[in-house]
Design a protein around this ligand. Sequence first.
Ligand code: HEC
Length: 185
Amino acid sequence: MKKILATILLSSSLVFATENNKIVKIGQETSLKLMKALKFHLIKAMSESPYEAIDVCHKKALKITKQIEKEIDHGIKIKRTSIRYRNPLNKPNKEELEALEYFEKSFKEGKNPKYYIQKVKDGYNFYKPLKIKAICLTCHGNPKNMDKKLYEKIKKYYPEDKAINYKLEDFRGVIKVYIPQELVK
Ligand code: HEC
């Protein structure tokens, strides 16, 4: 009896381990794809002027995200979200808030988790944390140190902006990748 129980337990944890590997693989690949695309457009625009780059983030970030979703297909969904969000369309829902709070707490405790996985109806949510790098401070730093014209433009597009006053290496938010159940079977 004990042996049977052990075998059942072992095989179910093995099933979960392979499912887990697939979730991590799809999650990492998808978020990397989005990060690369956003970075490409951002750097291209910033090399002209950060003032213009705001328009890239403002008009293109959500479009680029949708475009990548379409390219990957298979029902995968991608979203960027944050507790201190800039665009109200990126506001976290209840389950996203749970992931954001998990990262916030872990980083405060000196831990460094690379991802968070949530079982949801019909699939999984994979979350990748994003930290503030020097380039991010141009638009998410202390307004006193930001280009005046640039900050005015941010305020105009996002009157309720919460995404300022970050410091280097602060936890900024997550990329969430929803992965349908059938992709990890
Ligand atoms: C040129 C200015 C600019 C730079 C540089 C920039 N951002 Fe943003 N960021 C924005 C704007 C504008 C938005 C709102 C985008 C939208 O309307 O969807 C935004 C939104 C976000 C969001 C989505 C959640 C929210 O607040 O709406 C995250 C996450 C984010 N930025 C992280 C970063 C990180 C990490 C970096 C550095 C690697 C960075 N940003 C660099 C301007 C910038």
